[in-house]
Design a protein around this ligand. Structure first.
Ligand code: TEU
Length: 520
């Protein structure tokens, strides 16, 4: 597990700290909770932990509104504890990845407070007078990712830019102090033993200095995937290289050629590949997503990454259990869309064996290994700003952020104190302790797959002939078959089963929505 190229083929587990495990009983997950669960994570067999932001934050966007990168939020713990956690994990062969949010800071960050007070710090952000006779209209037509205009007006009449919530003012990346500060922050965390950095909203930092209307300035886009970014990441890479640190960029770009431009020996080591996560449960489309991904990574020598879900999207079990369009669709992400969780779970199990068999690094989001479904959160308990900013239309992302169930027979399913976000009825049925004792559970499947995955080695993927709706490929001596059709299919001769996501039928055939790893 402790090899230098862990990030090329490792399994990286995403910890949403607030909802992982509550060590001090206040209802909020914390570093003490994570430390107590390190044996669980070691047994799961993961190579690294990616912690969503754990820094001082007013939590207006789950910590993606950072007030101070050098301070751990007191709800989570202390810097000394973070250092202990990093060291303890490392002793178990588990590396640490921290999350850096360079596009914006919290409105409580000292820079923004000073800017509000009228100081020269205004230049670190995007402040502009408004349009219209009295400046009553936003400076341009950009909209926030969470809905509404990307601008908020201050009492003094000026507007400031925020591509996300108003409490997340965008930084001005043309300012040298912004660049310097982020390189210092990278050093700060690498000095503390961190092995990698996830870069939030990595393609959004650079803005067209003229801040033109979106419609006017579409090519190049005024704030997505601008050329200036590559210079920024080249200086970041120089910092990372001093420490042997690696990057994973959250680079949401549909254009594969543009995406691959970030994956360079002097830029980012890896970036999230969301094509898999956004793909419906259809063999042709999954195969195309896999092929495109491998083809875009191969020429630049970067490993692919495989992501089934994260803290921003509907949980896999629920997504795959939806009739009709089972793909990624924010519009259908409403409470009313029914999901067949039995079907969704069967597919999620098969998807786990598929993603864990692909060449590259695999990301597992906490609770994915427990097969948690998306939870319905009572409207008055939703905290995600996406909900309020959409005028209450979008339920937001809290349904995949519910505190984890650890112990079936304990209060709050063993999470700790009364959870900050309510756990739905029946949550304890998913508890880790119960699943650990059940050989047919999702948790045992993930444990086995992560362990057995070592036999895949570095073998390239070659597709094997297969019928309609069936994916079959080999990697070295291992053959993987995933049946997405609606009929059982025969398995190749002269193979033995290493691992399967469900039972074979009485004739030894692979039923629909089932995957198998075979040894030749
Ligand atoms: O997400 C960036 C991003 O692309 C999101 O805007 C995504 O479109 C949105 O979550 C819809 O699901 C990152 C983080 O992952 C997210 O949690 C933060 O809210 C966002 O950045 C702002 O920091």
């Amino acid at each position: 597990r402790s090899t230098a190229d862990w990030w090329r083929s490792g399994v990286i587990y995403q910890v949403y700290v607030r909802s992982f495990a509550d060590g001090d009983g206040d209802g909020t997950g914390d570093l003490a909770g994570v430390r107590a669960k390190l044996p669980y994570l070691a047994e799961l067999g993961v190579d690294a932990l990616w912690f969503t932001p754990w820094y001082l934050s007013p939590m207006k966007d789950g910590g993606y509104d950072v007030a101070d990168y050098r301070v751990i939020d007191p709800a989570f713990g202390t810097l000394a504890e973070a250092e202990k956690l990093i060291a303890e994990a490392r002793e178990l062969g588990i590396r640490t990845i921290v999350d850096i949010v360079p596009n914006h800071v919290s409105d409580r960050h000292p820079w923004f407070r000073a800017a509000l007070a009228g100081g020269p710090e205004r230049d670190l952000f995007h402040f502009r007078p408004g349009r219209g006779e009295h400046g009553e209209l936003p400076p341009n037509d950009w909209t926030s990712e969470f809905g509404g205009p990307a601008w908020t007006r201050l009492p003094d009449g000026d507007w400031y830019l925020h591509l996300f919530a108003p409490e997340q003012p965008d930084l001005n990346w043309a300012h040298p102090a912004v660049r310097q500060e982020h390189e210092d922050v990278l050093r700060f965390w690498f000095e503390r033993g961190v092995a990698g950095v996830r870069i939030d909203s990595a393609a959004l930092l650079a803005k067209d200095p003229g801040l033109p209307d979106f419609t006017e300035g579409r090519d190049p886009h005024p704030y997505v995937d601008r050329d200036e970014l590559h210079d920024i990441y080249r200086s970041w890479r120089a910092v990372a290289d001093e420490y042997g640190g690696v990057f994973v960029g959250e680079v949401w770009l549909p254009d594969t050629e543009r995406f691959a431009r970030y994956l360079r020996p002097d830029e980012l080591h890896t970036a999230f590949n969301f094509s898999f996560m956004t793909c419906p449960w259809e063999a042709d489309r999954l195969r195309a997503a896999i092929d495109t991904t491998l083809a875009e990574h191969a020429p630049v020598g970067a490993p692919a990454t495989w992501v089934l879900c994260n803290h921003d999207v509907t949980r896999t079990v629920t997504r795959y259990g939806r009739a009709g369009d089972t793909g990624f669709d924010f519009a259908s992400k409403s409470f009313g869309v029914p999901s067949d969780l039995v079907l969704g779970t069967r597919r999620a199990r098969a998807a786990a064996l598929l993603s864990l068999a692909l060449p590259g690094a695999v990301y597992v989001y906490q609770g994915e290994e427990l097969g948690l479904p998306e939870a319905d959160i009572p409207l008055d308990r939703i905290e995600d700003p996406m909900h309020a900013r959409s005028g209450g239309v979008d339920p937001g992302r809290d349904g995949c952020r519910v505190p984890l169930p650890w112990v079936a027979d304990a209060a709050h399913a063993g999470f700790g104190g009364e959870p900050w976000l309510p756990q739905p009825a029946g949550w304890s049925a998913y508890a880790a302790d119960r699943q650990a004792a059940d050989p047919g559970s999702m948790l045992v499947l993930y444990r086995e797959a992560i362990q057995v995955r070592a036999v895949l080695g570095n073998g390239a993927l070659s597709w094997l002939p297969a019928g309609d709706g069936v994916l079959a490929f080999s990697r070295g001596d291992v053959v993987v078959v995933v049946n997405l059709s609606d009929a059982a299919v025969g398995l190749p001769a002269h193979t033995r089963v290493l691992l399967r996501s469900g039972s074979l039928d009485p004739d030894g055939r692979l039923p629909p929505d089932t995957a198998v790893w075979l040894r030749r």
